[in-house]
Every structure is written in structure tokens, then in C-alpha cells.
Design a protein around this ligand. Structure first.
Ligand SMILES: C[S@@+](CC[C@H](N)C(=O)[O-])C[C@H]1O[C@@H](n2cnc3c(N)ncnc32)[C@H](O)[C@@H]1O
Length: 363
């Protein structure tokens, strides 16, 4: 293994860092995102880009951070990056190699621009997950007879999942950016409407605010610029949120905060998490499960809807996932309540583009 010594820094395996750039996009994404694929390849050959990646804290040493920082610089007015990323945002055809070499030239001319943003960490908030969540919440509330609920979104990021009652969801895409789209793979499943939501609470240890321009730019930067439709949907949801009730936003570790929030009122309380619990340590997951079990025993109307990769089921004391996932890489939906132990409800695409129902009354 050949180690390089970057100026003033610790030694790094440059080849290994180059490989991270080369392999960060899955083969299907390389095909779908040709400009980003060319950029990843060009970054893998740039010593400045390798050095920047080598300077990142080990837990964040992922090329997506460097890609997001470059996108962030473009979104915040960089005179060269701004216009060339705008072409991608607008879905205009670009020559991938020309795009990549222009971006790398900016990075190599002034690596400090990127270096001073290395403190950031990549973060997501996928609006389309609400399309699936609204179906699950509606179904569970219908079954349990809950007409009004308190909703607590754990790992809420910017809070996109706090409005399952207000988003518009369709089964097919008609090109309207304000409409989320999810296809139900289970014939005869009848969606029930989401009950009234009184209190909305979003908890996150790295809370992002829609009113903070830096937070909005950073969350946008963490999306792929070539996915122009996803970007437009994201922007549309941000616009819609301005007319929706402001939720309660709580900053901190959900493991420490959940006790207070689930005992706050006597309305049936629904706790949701999507793509969050995998970030908890094993100890935190055990503590989380113990806390939830304590409250299930204490009150009759607590519901927990979890949308996560099934690889963490053991640590959450969920039953083993059935082998019914319609497509590989699916997230599992598990519902636990005061009146029913953890039960597999169904499957969903990680971004909520489809779902299937295996349990539940209308399956
Ligand atoms: C991958 S994002 C998912 C965001 C959102 N749930 C969604 O579906 O788009 C994970 C979020 O969980 C938050 N998070 C991770 N561990 C946490 C913890 N222990 N307490 C609170 N928030 C946490 C992160 O800050 C991040 O915003």
C-alpha cells in the first residue's frame, strides 16, 4: 500500500481515496448522472481533491461531502460554478467532460474555498417519503380509531415529514412538482385519510431551519444537481411549508428527548422515524427501544412507525423481516403500538416512490 504525505498533513493512501471518488456512484447512477460520473472520475485524478478528502474527519471521509461543498459553492453565488451547475439544475444538456474539468479547475485554483467548508456533514431530507408515511399513518389511525393525533418526527432534518396530512400525493407522476408520487404495489389496498394533526414536533441533533438560507442551501447542495425533478420538488415543498403550521422544532439527541415529548399531551401520539435509527449507536437503539416499551406500557394510545433498512431489526427487537420485499434495497415499515407488538407492515422504496402492504387490515 503506497502512502502519500500531503503538505503538512498525516499520511494517506492516495489510491484508496481515489477509489472512493471512482466508486461513490452506483453503476445505475453513473448512467443516470453522466456529468456527476465524469466529475467523480476527474476528482479521483486531482491531487488537490484527494488531499481535501484526506483532510476530512474519518467519519465524514466520503466524497459526497466534497461533491456537496462544490454544489453549495455554486448555489451560493460562485461566479464560475454558479452558471455551470445552473445548466444541470435546468436539465440542459452539458458535455460531461467539460463540466468536470471546469469544476476541478475551480477546486485546484482555490482549494481553500472547499477546505473551509469541510466542517459540514452531509444531511438529507427526502420529501417523497411523506407519500408513503401518509398511507401508513392513515391506515394505522383508521384501524385504531384515532381522529386526531400528535406527530413526533425523530431525525426530522428540516421537517419535511411533519405534514403527511397536507402534502398532495398521487399514484402516477403527471409532472406537477407540488405533488408527491408513490405507487402502491398491493392490489386492493385502500388508503385512509390522515387524521387531524394537532401538535407537530420535529427532533434532530442537527436541526435545519427552512428560514435559514445557509441551511436551505446546504440541504439543496446535498442533492444531486442532475436530478432536476427532485430539486424542483424539494423547492416546491419548501414553498408550500411557508403556508403550513410552524411545527415545534427541538434540537438534540432524540434518545434523551423522547421521554418528554411522548408524555407531553394526552392525544394519541405517533412517533415516526425514516432513515434515522441506523445513525444511532447500538446502545442508543437499546435505550430507545426500552424507552418506547416503557411508554407503550404506560399509555394506551402510543404508536411508533419505523421506516428503516431491515439490517437493524435485531437491535430494535423487531421480528425478522419477511422475504416479501418486491425490489432489492427496500426499506421496511414496522408498526408498534400500545395494543400490538412490533409488526411488519410493508415495504417501501428508500425515497418513497412505491410501497407494498403485507400486514394491516386492508392488505
Ligand atoms: C438520513 S437523515 C433522514 C432525515 C429524514 N428523516 C428523512 O426521512 O428525510 C437522518 C437525520 O437523523 C438525524 N439524527 C441522527 N441521529 C440522531 C439522534 N440521535 N437524535 C436526533 N437526530 C438524529 C440527523 O441529524 C439527520 O437529520
Amino acid at each position: 500500500m503506497a502512502f502519500d504525505l500531503f503538505d503538512g498533513g498525516a499520511p494517506f493512501d492516495a489510491e484508496e481515496l481515489a477509489n472512493r471518488y471512482r466508486h461513490i456512484l452506483a453503476p445505475e447512477d453513473r448512467e443516470r448522472l453522466p456529468a456527476y460520473a465524469a466529475l467523480c472520475d476527474a476528482l479521483s485524478e486531482s491531487r488537490a481533491a484527494l488531499e481535501l478528502l484526506g483532510a476530512v474527519h474519518e467519519r465524514q471521509q466520503n466524497p459526497t461531502l466534497i461533491l456537496a461543498i462544490l454544489h453549495f459553492l455554486a448555489l451560493t453565488g460562485h461566479p464560475v460554478l454558479g452558471p455551470i451547475y445552473k445548466e444541470l439544475h435546468e436539465g440542459r444538456p452539458v458535455v460531461p467532460a467539460a463540466f468536470a474539468s471546469s469544476v476541478v479547475a475551480v477546486l485546484e485554483t482555490d482549494p481553500e474555498l472547499v477546505r473551509r467548508e469541510l466542517w459540514r456533514s452531509t444531511q438529507t431530507n427526502e420529501p417523497n417519503r411523506s407519500a408513503t408515511l401518509s398511507a401508513v399513518i392513515g391506515d394505522v389511525a383508521h384501524t385504531l380509531g384515532h381522529g386526531q393525533i400528535t406527530l413526533i418526527d425523530v431525525g426530522t432534518s428540516m421537517g419535511f415529514n411533519l405534514f403527511p396530512d397536507l402534502v398532495t400525493v398521487a399514484a402516477t407522476d403527471r409532472g406537477d412538482d407540488a405533488v408527491l408520487v408513490t405507487e402502491c404495489f398491493t392490489p386492493n389496498f385502500v388508503r385512509a385519510s390522515v387524521p387531524l394533526i394537532g401538535r407537530r414536533v420535529g427532533i434532530d441533533q442537527n436541526l435545519l431551519l427552512p428560514s435559514n438560507a445557509d441551511d436551505v442551501a446546504w440541504l439543496t447542495a446535498c442533492l444531486w444537481p442532475e436530478e432536476s425533478r427532485r430539486l424542483r420538488r424539494f423547492t416546491s415543498l419548501l414553498e408550500q411549508m411557508k403556508n403550513w403550521p410552524e411545527p415545534i422544532r427541538v434540537a438534540g439527541n432524540a434518545v434523551d428527548l423522547i421521554d418528554f415529548e411522548v408524555t407531553f399531551d394526552e392525544t394519541p401520539t405517533y412517533v415516526i422515524n425514516s432513515w434515522v435509527l441506523a445513525y444511532f449507536s447500538l446502545e442508543e437503539r437499546t435505550q430507545w427501544r426500552d424507552t418506547m416499551d416503557y411508554h407503550f406500557a404506560e399509555r394506551e394510545d402510543l404508536v411508533w412507525i419505523s421506516m428503516e433498512h431491515p439490517s437493524i431489526n435485531n437491535s430494535l427487537r423487531f421480528p425478522e423481516a419477511p422475504k416479501t420485499a418486491p425490489r432489492p434495497g427496500a426499506s421496511e415499515i414496522v408498526v408498534t403500538s400500545s395494543v400490538r407488538p412490533s409488526t411488519h407492515w410493508g415495504w417501501t422504496h428508500p425515497h418513497g416512490h412505491w410501497f407494498s402492504v403485507d400486514s394491516g387490515p386492508k392488505a
